[in-house]
Write a protein of this length. Structure first.
Length: 317
């Protein structure tokens, strides 16, 4: 299958597309794909190219080479609102291709052949729409988790969450009290306030923490840590990290943040808690062997692999 992925350059959106493509490959679909940035695709130029049958306008060289070699795209994928018009115009040029968007578009849904929409975006029940638990990601459970590996993923303030260094530190203090002899790997995000890692708490408990600020970690570092960690704590603003940790097969706990509003995202987080896929840090007392609710050291989260499930649905269409 020849795939063109139209990219808006956002890492989270790219992870969704790569997760879907990887899932197709795991199901023995021979995929050849190219990535084209939205900055290389002008709506006007694409429109002229289509209307003039290629006499006017311009295509990126990689797409022109595909035309010249008869390796015509069979699937055009877009993730992010900036990609949608360009996905549709590319389909006009490559009339045999199907379109797939991996989020709820602002354009009419029936303009696209296939859509994969997270349940928290309230997708309609339509034959060409797949409702996923969270956004797709490229992870699978590689079953390499080590019982003594503990990972903490710290986010930051967002449009729906306030931030308090003291509130987060207070929860980490509870965690230290519960797991007195444990070692923790902690990393931050680009939204984490600089003051957080400067807190006196990290000096006091420096022997229990190995800290990797986000600007000191390579791109796939977190994914590798999620394959190794058994317990993972994630601040609740990091919706994608919650689902990535679940997909990797970790036992996932949530660090609470003050909410500025209740919306579809916070409702989705509450649903994870209600389903007991994610635990509140304060609702579960743990030691190095067994948690208070009876989960043993070899606890395995219920399978969550939405990329594979979406790929199977796509192949059945």
């Amino acid at each position: 299958m020849n795939v063109v992925y139209v990219s808006d350059g956002k890492a989270g959106h790219r992870a969704q597309a790569l997760g879907f493509i990887a899932a197709l490959k795991r199901q023995n679909v021979a995929v050849e794909w190219i990535e084209i940035g939205t900055e290389q695709l002008s709506v006007l130029s694409l429109l002229l190219y289509w209307l003039s049958s290629g006499y006017l306008g311009q295509l990126p060289q990689r797409l022109k080479s595909a035309l010249d070699s008869k390796l015509l795209p069979e699937l055009i994928i877009g993730v992010g609102h900036r990609t949608h018009w360009k996905v549709l115009l590319l389909q006009k040029i490559y009339s045999g291709a199907k379109t797939l968007v991996l989020m709820k578009p602002s354009l009419p849904l029936n303009w696209f052949n296939y859509l994969i929409i997270p349940k928290h975006d309230l997708p309609p029940n339509l034959p060409h729409v797949f409702a996923s638990e969270g956004v797709l990601n490229p992870l699978i459970n590689e079953h390499r988790h080590q019982i003594d590996k503990n990972l903490i993923l710290i986010g930051g303030p967002s449009k729906r969450h306030a931030w308090s260094d003291e509130a987060v530190i207070a929860q980490l203090q509870q965690l230290i009290a519960l797991k007195k002899n444990a070692q923790f790997t902690l990393t931050t995000s680009r939204r984490t306030p600089l003051s957080f890692l400067q807190h006196e708490f990290f000096k006091q408990f420096s022997s229990q923490f190995v800290i990797y600020p986000i600007d000191q970690t390579p791109s796939d570092w977190v994914f590798e840590q999620l394959q190794l960690a058994h317990h993972v704590w994630v601040t609740e603003d990091s919706m994608s990290m919650l689902f990535e940790a679940l997909t990797a097969g970790c036992e996932v706990h949530m660090i609470s943040l003050p909410r500025l509003k209740q919306d579809r995202i916070t409702t989705a987080v509450d649903r994870l808690l209600a389903q007991q896929l994610v635990n509140h840090l304060t609702e579960q007392t743990m030691n190095d062997g067994q948690s208070a609710d009876g989960k043993s050291a070899d606890y395995q989260n219920p399978a969550l692999n939405e990329a594979d499930r979406a790929a199977r649905w796509f192949r059945s269409q």
